[in-house]
Structures are given as structure tokens and as C-alpha cells.
Design a protein around this ligand. Structure first.
Ligand code: NDP
Length: 514
């Protein structure tokens, strides 16, 4: 439990050290605001033994939770959803305290999280209930069923950028599928993480079905080694590699939601106002600290100049500060500011031009919006995840060139296309797990579709039907109901049986289609 009796009641006491940096104070992790340094809360630090004990408790709790069945789990999860919904402003304030994100941004995120929870709770039975599988010709005697059984204990490791929505995209689906969850929040957002766990305990108080373990990367690593039956990781690609390597030791299945370098394509028949507004929002919302943030825009030559001027006009109006309703807040993780600075400086040194912002935009803990053009393709900012409020815009001859450049990235998370006639076709050809058409990050608001990346952006999926199955073990049960037409699975079969099997096979499978 958090040391704050009511974590939504915030203090103004500053924490020693760099504002926003995680501070380890004895056996507690102290969380602070990235601008003021005010303490947000403190949570107990876990060690490897405590992580293992949490997993052990979860195993027992998971059995109880699985036995509740779909209907009762749905009822509890919907009560949790209602509990969070009653506190939307409070949790948005708490997110602002811990990450610096503007309150309105936090509300949008929290609504996305309750919608995600609602969808998982309502659809688990439809997707995961036992179902019949069809009979096959050479085994007509067999009636077959497929079941989706919970794994048992799922470990969830989450990032700080969307500390409610992102973990919910794993936690809700894992719980709806009948698993217990041990959750390791980022060390930058432990209080928000603990709030989620505490509110869940209000509706499921009997057993520790959802627990949090707090600390730095070593606690995440301990969770990978603690005997969980499945691990869902969301974070950077570099950490994802460590998580996979740790889980490989025990062949623990993993879901990886990692970094991105998403592209947006503006085709010649795009609605330029909509594209400019969406490009600005898709790149700069949450101060660009979005895995699916638009980091590269490719605009077709015939509309490039007009698109750039409309986008620049919109970006110039945005306000960056730590007031409640600002457009952009600070950079949450102090070390990320240096990554953003390096990317901007490198691009400018290679001949890029800043139409908004630039080197002077970096004023820790803030980075003001920056729009860069004429950026060479080998610049760091075109290849590595920047994770800040910086957008590059490149001129391309046509949609084919845009696609070639957009797809030339190791990452492949989301992407967006603006246009009319060809837009859906272009979106389908983007090398990514998700794509939005005439909508910035549209998939983020739709929990009924799977969330996933390709290449360095991830493995497996959360959300949607596939996301529910991701947290279930598929089990096939085949029941013999009659004597087999051809007895193939016994040592008592005869030579004649084999001859009949060959005849059957020839009749059913021997003909080539024309
Ligand atoms: P990190 O990879 O730094 O951390 C993610 C989580 O892993 C944190 O809880 C972290 O703990 C923990 N961790 C660190 N080291 C280890 C380890 N060795 N073993 C296990 N766990 C470990 O990512 P950030 O928190 O900085 O998040 C930003 C990244 O997340 C970006 O790359 C972003 O694109 C990506 N992301 C991807 C999303 C997607 O859906 N694809 C969604 C949101 C973000 P601690 O914080 O204490 O170090």
C-alpha cells in the first residue's frame, strides 16, 4: 500500500534530488513531480524475495479468481471500471503530479483506460468460452473442443508515459481471461500504479488478485525470474531484449509492446486542415512521449508547402508549461531531455531547418514543440525513437516514395495516412501493426482492435479478441464418440484398414483443384 492514506490528496513537500527522478529512500521509493520536485507519494520497495512471494500469493488468488467464472469476473471488473470513472479528475490530477502531463490529457487517457477495461470485461466470455471445432473426414468419430484457459499468474511491466492506459491494456485483458496479475509500474509512476491496485482491491478484496511490486529495473528483472506463467512487457526496445532474454531461461511466454518511430503520410488529395491538425496532435500530444507518436511526416510534393504552413501555424499556437490546462507539459523522465536534445542538435548539424523551436526549444524539464524540415534520412532523428515533441516533415514525389521511406525503419508500431482515394490502400501497405486513416492515432481509442507492433516494436498483441487470447492458454480436447470409420490409432489395425485409409485419402484429398 502507498504510505499516503489517500493518494489523491497531494502534498507540496519537495524531494531531495533532481525533480521527477526516482529517489530510493531506505525501503521506500519516493515519487516526485518533474517540475516542482514536490513529493507525490512513497511506496514500499520490493526485493527479489518479495517479488517471488507476491507471485506465490497470486498463484492461490488466481485459482480463486478463475473459479469465479466469466459472469462474476465481469461484474467485478465493471465495478472497478465504475470506481475509476467516478475518480476521472482525481486520477488525472495524480497523473499530472507524477508525470507533469496536463489534466485534460490525463482525463483523455483515463477515459481510454475505462473504455479498455469495459471492453475486456464485456467480451471475455464471447471470445474465450469453450467452443466446438469442426469434424475432419479421416477422424469423423472425434468431437473436438477448444478451450482458452487462464495461464495462472501474469507479470505485467509498464512504462511511465501513459501510466493508466498502457498497463490497463494488459491488466484488464489478463484479469478478464481469469489470471491473477503482479504488476511492476515504472519507478517514475509508482503512485498511479499503486492507486490502480488499491482501487481494484476495493472491488476484489478477498484475495490479492492484482498486486504491485515497486522498484527500479531490478524489480522488473526479478519479476521475469519469479515463476510467472506469462509476462507482458511495455517499454523500450532495449529493455524488451533484456526481458526476453530473462524469460527465455524458463521459456516463459512474453508479449512485448516496445518503441516506435511512427510515420504519417499526407497524400495529394488529403484534407490539409485535418491533416495539419492531426499531425500536430499526433506528434505533440503528451509532449511527444507516446509510443505511437507521429515522429516523421512524408507529404506529397503537390501539397507539401500548404500542409507545412498550416501545421506550423497550428504548432505556433501551442502552450508548453505546467499549468493545469496547458497543451504540452514537461518531459517526465529527466534523462529523456538529453536524448531529445541530441536528436535536434544532430539534425541541425546535418543541415535540417527548424520552422518552429530548434536547439533553444530544450529548456529542461520542458521541450517546446519543434518542427524540422530538410532532415537527411541518416540523421539520428529519422532512425531512432526521439520520444519528445519534435516532428520532422519530408517532401516526397508520391505515395509510393512516402511508403518506401516510412517503411524503412526497424520499428513498425502505428502510422497514419491522410488522403481520400488511395488512403486505405496506403494504410494497408504501411509496415506496422496498426494504422489510422484521416485520424491521428485512431486505434488508440478503439480497444476492440488488437494493439501490436512488428519488427523492433513488439511481439504478440494486447487488446481486441487477440488480446484476450494472448492471456489464455489454448487447450484442445478431443473426445471419441463412435467407432472410427478407419481404425488408425491402434496396433490392432490390419493391412486392410491401411488399404481403406489409402482409399479414403485418395477420395477426399487426391483430386487437384482446376
Ligand atoms: P523502459 O524500457 O525504460 O522501462 C519499462 C519498464 O521496464 C519500467 O517499469 C522499467 O522499470 C522496467 N525495467 C527496466 N529494466 C528492466 C529489466 N532489466 N527487466 C525488467 N524490467 C525492466 O521504458 P520507459 O518506461 O522509459 O517507457 C518508454 C518506452 O516505452 C518507449 O520506448 C515507448 O515507445 C515504449 N512504449 C511502448 C508502448 C507500446 O504499446 N508499444 C506503449 C508505451 C510506451 P524502471 O522504470 O523502474 O526502470
Amino acid at each position: 500500500m502507498s504510505k499516503h492514506a489517500d493518494p489523491l490528496a497531494l502534498t507540496e513537500t519537495p524531494v531531495a534530488g533532481h525533480p521527477g527522478a526516482a529517489v530510493f529512500d531506505g525501503d521506500h521509493l519516493v515519487s516526485s513531480n518533474p517540475v516542482t520536485g514536490a513529493e507525490v507519494g512513497r511506496v514500499p520497495l520490493a526485493d527479489a524475495g518479495e517479488v517471488a512471494a507476491a507471485v506465490e500469493r497470486a498463484r492461490e488468488a488466481g485459482r480463486w479468481w478463475a473459479d469465479l467464472g466469466f459472469a462474476e469476473r465481469r461484474r467485478r471488473l465493471l465495478r472497478w471500471r465504475a470506481r475509476i470513472t467516478r475518480e476521472l479528475s482525481g486520477i488525472a490530477e495524480l497523473m499530472r503530479a507524477e508525470t507533469g502531463k496536463p489534466v485534460d490529457q490525463g482525463v483523455v487517457e483515463a477515459v481510454g483506460a475505462v473504455s479498455t477495461l469495459d471492453w475486456a470485461a464485456r467480451h471475455a466470455r464471447r471470445v474465450l468460452r469453450r467452443r466446438r471445432a469442426g469434424r475432419v473426414l479421416v477422424a469423423l468419430e472425434a468431437a473436438s473442443r477448444v478451450e482458452y484457459q487462464p495461464y495462472g499468474v501474469v507479470g505485467v511491466i509498464g512504462p511511465w508515459n501513459y501510466p493508466v492506459l498502457v498497463p490497463m491494456s494488459s491488466i484488464a485483458y489478463a484479469l478478464a481471461a481469469g489470471n491473477a496479475v503482479v504488476y511492476k509500474p515504472s519507478e517514475y509512476t509508482p503512485v498511479v500504479g499503486q492507486w490502480l491496485v488499491d482501487t481494484f482491491a476495493e472491488v476484489v478484496g478477498e484475495h490479492p488478485v492484482l498486486q504491485a511490486v515497486h522498484g527500479g529495473g531490478e524489480v522488473g528483472s526479478a519479476l521475469c525470474h519469479a515463476g510467472v506463467d506469462k509476462l507482458s512487457f511495455t517499454g523500450s526496445t532495449a529493455t524488451a531484449r533484456k526481458v526476453m532474454a530473462a524469460c527465455a531461461q524458463s521459456l516463459t511466454p512474453v508479449t512485448i509492446e516496445a518503441g516506435g518511430k511512427d510515420a504519417m503520410i499526407v497524400d495529394s488529395d488529403a484534407d490539409l486542415d485535418k491533416a495539419a491538425d492531426s499531425g500536430a496532435w499526433g506528434a505533440l500530444t503528451n509532449s511527444g512521449q507516446s509510443c505511437v507518436g507521429i515522429e516523421r511526416v512524408y507529404a506529397v510534393d503537390s501539397v507539401y508547402d500548404e500542409f507545412v504552413s498550416r501545421l506550423v501555424a497550428k504548432v505556433q499556437q501551442l502552450r508548453t508549461d505546467h499549468t493545469e490546462h496547458s497543451d504540452l507539459g514537461p518531459i517526465t523522465m529527466p534523462a529523456q531531455v538529453e536524448v531529445i536534445r541530441r536528436h535536434i542538435d544532430d539534425a541541425l548539424a546535418r543541415g535540417a531547418r527548424a520552422l518552429v523551436g530548434g536547439a533553444s526549444a530544450v529548456q529542461p524539464p520542458f521541450v517546446h514543440p519543434t518542427v524540422l524540415v530538410d532532415v537527411p534520412p541518416d540523421a539520428l532523428i529519422m532512425r531512432e525513437e526521439t520520444f519528445g515533441p519534435v516532428l520532422t516533415i519530408s517532401r516526397v514525389a508520391d505515395a509510393d516514395e512516402a511508403l518506401r521511406l516510412a517503411n524503412g525503419s526497424a520499428y513498425g508500431l502505428g502510422g497514419a495516412v491522410f488522403g481520400r482515394k488511395r488512403a486505405v490502400g496506403i494504410a494497408r501497405r504501411l509496415r506496422s501493426g496498426m494504422a489510422s486513416v484521416n485520424h491521428p492515432l485512431g486505434f488508440a481509442g478503439v480497444p476492440s482492435v488488437p494493439w501490436s507492433g512488428v519488427g523492433s516494436s513488439g511481439i504478440g498483441r494486447v487488446r481486441g479478441d487477440d488480446g484476450l487470447r494472448e492471456f489464455s492458454q489454448t487447450k484442445s480436447v478431443v473426445v471419441r464418440q463412435a467407432r472410427p470409420v478407419v481404425p488408425w490409432s491402434t496396433f490392432e489395425r490390419t493391412g486392410k484398414d491401411i488399404e481403406r485409409l489409402i482409399t479414403f485419402a485418395r477420395i477426399f484429398y487426391g483430386r487437384s483443384p482446376r
